[in-house]
Design a protein around this ligand. Structure first.
Ligand code: ADP
Length: 395
C-alpha cells in the first residue's frame, strides 16, 4: 500500500475528531470521533465506505483514545497508507502566521500560548504528544485557527485599552475559524473564476461558534472574534458582544463572581439564553415558524447583529465580490440567510428564493438573482485544509 494519506486530528478536552484524507483525490477514507473521554463512557465511532463501527473505551483519556484510533486504522488496513499527521491547534498567538511542522521549539511556543486558550491549547498539545508516542516515525504538522488573521492591520486588531496591555499581556483581537476562512476564500475565488489576488469576500461562518471575516486579496483584514472566541456575533450559547460593564453590574446587582458571569456569557447566552429554548438553531426556527414570538425575536437579534457586522466589513473591503455563508447554520438555514440578505439590500443583494431554499446539506452555490451582488453558500472543509497544509509541509 502506498503511503499517500494524511491523518487529521482535532483534539478537544473531551473529544477527538479524526479523518484520513488522500491529498491526491481529496477524499476522506475514514472519519470518526472518540468522545466522552475522561468519563467511564468513552467511546470511539467511525465511518468507512458508508459502514459504521464503534468500540467502548472504558475510562479512556487522550492517549488511550489515540491508541484505540491506531487499532481502528490497523483493523481497517489504513495504517500503512498514512504518511503524516496534521493537528488542529486553536491558538497560535502572534507567533504563528502559518502552519508548520512540529519541533521542540514549536511545542514550546504552543505551550507559551496556553494562557490565551487555557481550555483548548492544552488538549491540542496532549493530542500531539500522544501521536508522537503512538505513531513514532510519522511527521506531525500543526495548523492554527488564528494564523490566517495575523494579516489584519493594527487598526483592526487593537482594542482601545492601554497599549501596555497589548505589548505586555498580548491583549488584542486574534480571531478564530481561520482555517475555514482560508478554505472559503480560495474555494469562492475558484468557483467564481476570480483572481484571489484581486478579490473582496465577506464570509459568515455560522456554527455553534459563529464569526464573520473580511477577506481582501486572499488575506483576512478583519474578523469578529477577538482575544477569545466569545466576542462578536450571537452564537449557540455564547453572547458575542455585550457591554463589558456587565461584569461589574451583575456583581453589584446579583453578586455574580467573575467566573459566574464568564460562564453565563459562554454557556447560557446566545440563541439558548435569548430563546430560553435551545442552542440549536433548528429548534428555534421551528418554534418561530409555529408563531413563537420569542423564537422569532431570537432569530431577529442574530440576523441584526450579523448584518451590522457584515455592513461594517463591507466598508473596510471597499467592494463586495461575494458574501459567503458557511458552517452548520450558514450551509443549512435558508431562513437566516434570507433575513440577513434582506437586511443588506443597500449593498444590492437580491435573493433568489428558490436557489436559497434548494441549497443545504453540503451543497454549494450562488443564491442570488442574476445582476445582484453575489451571495452564496460554500460548504466549509477545515479537515481538507489541514490535510493540504500537512501534505505541502511533508511532501
Ligand atoms: P460547530 O461550530 O460545532 O462546528 P456546526 O458548524 O456543525 O457547529 O453547526 C452546528 C449548528 O448548525 C447547529 O447548532 C444547528 O443549529 C445548525 N444547523 C444544522 N442544520 C441546520 C438546519 N437545517 N437549519 C438550521 N440550522 C441548522
Amino acid at each position: 500500500m502506498s503511503k499517500d494519506s494524511i491523518l487529521v486530528i482535532n483534539c478537544g478536552s473531551s473529544s477527538l475528531k479524526f479523518a484520513v484524507i488522500n491529498p491526491a483525490t481529496e477524499e476522506e477514507t475514514i472519519n470518526g470521533i472518540a468522545e466522552r473521554m475522561g468519563s467511564s463512557e468513552a467511546l470511539i465511532r467511525w465511518k468507512i465506505a458508508g459502514q459504521k463501527g464503534s468500540k467502548d473505551l472504558g475510562q479512556a483519556a487522550h492517549e488511550e483514545a489515540i491508541s484505540a484510533l491506531m487499532d481502528v486504522l490497523k483493523q481497517e488496513n489504513l495504517i500503512e497508507s498514512i504518511s503524516a499527521i496534521g493537528h488542529r491547534v486553536v491558538h497560535g498567538g502572534e507567533t504563528f502566521t502559518e502552519s508548520c511542522l512540529v519541533t521542540d521549539e514549536v511545542l514550546a511556543a504552543i505551550e507559551d500560548t496556553i494562557k490565551l486558550a487555557p481550555l483548548h491549547n492544552p488538549a491540542n498539545l496532549t493530542g500531539i504528544h500522544a501521536c508522537q508516542k503512538i505513531f513514532p516515525g510519522l511527521p506531525n504538522a500543526v495548523v492554527f485557527d488564528t494564523a490566517f488573521h495575523q494579516s489584519m492591520p493594527a487598526e483592526a486588531y487593537l482594542y482601545p485599552v492601554p497599549y501596555s496591555l497589548y505589548k505586555e499581556q498580548g491583549v488584542r483581537r486574534y480571531g478564530f475559524h481561520g482555517t475555514s476562512y482560508r478554505y472559503i476564500g480560495q474555494t469562492t475565488a475558484d468557483m467564481l473564476g476570480m483572481d484571489i489576488n484581486d478579490s473582496c469576500i465577506l464570509v459568515a461562518h455560522l456554527g455553534n461558534g459563529a464569526s464573520a471575516c473580511a477577506i481582501k486579496n486572499g488575506k483576512s483584514i478583519d474578523t469578529t472574534m477577538g482575544l477569545t472566541p466569545l466576542e462578536g456575533l450571537v452564537m449557540g450559547t455564547r453572547s458575542g458582544d455585550v457591554d463589558p460593564n456587565l461584569f461589574s453590574y451583575l456583581n453589584k446587582t446579583l453578586g455574580y463572581s467573575l467566573d459566574e458571569t464568564t460562564d453565563m456569557l459562554n454557556k447560557k447566552s446566545g440563541l439558548l439564553g435569548l430563546s430560553e429554548m435551545d442552542s440549536d438553531c433548528r429548534v428555534i426556527e421551528d418554534a418561530a415558524a409555529e408563531g413563537n414570538e420569542r423564537a422569532q425575536l431570537t432569530l431577529d437579534v442574530f440576523s441584526h447583529v450579523l448584518a451590522e457586522k457584515l455592513a461594517g466589513f463591507a466598508a473596510a473591503l471597499g467592494r463586495i465580490d461575494a458574501l459567503v455563508f458557511t458552517g452548520g447554520i450558514g450551509e443549512n438555514s435558508a431562513t437566516l440567510r434570507k433575513q440577513v440578505i434582506e437586511r443588506l439590500s443597500i449593498f444590492g443583494f437580491k435573493l433568489n428564493e428558490q436557489l436559497n431554499e434548494e441549497t443545504f446539506r453540503g451543497k454549494s452555490g450562488v443564491i442570488t438573482e442574476e445582476g445582484s451582488t453575489v451571495a452564496m453558500v460554500v460548504a466549509t472543509n477545515e479537515e481538507l485544509m489541514i490535510s493540504r497544509d500537512t501534505q505541502a509541509l511533508t511532501a
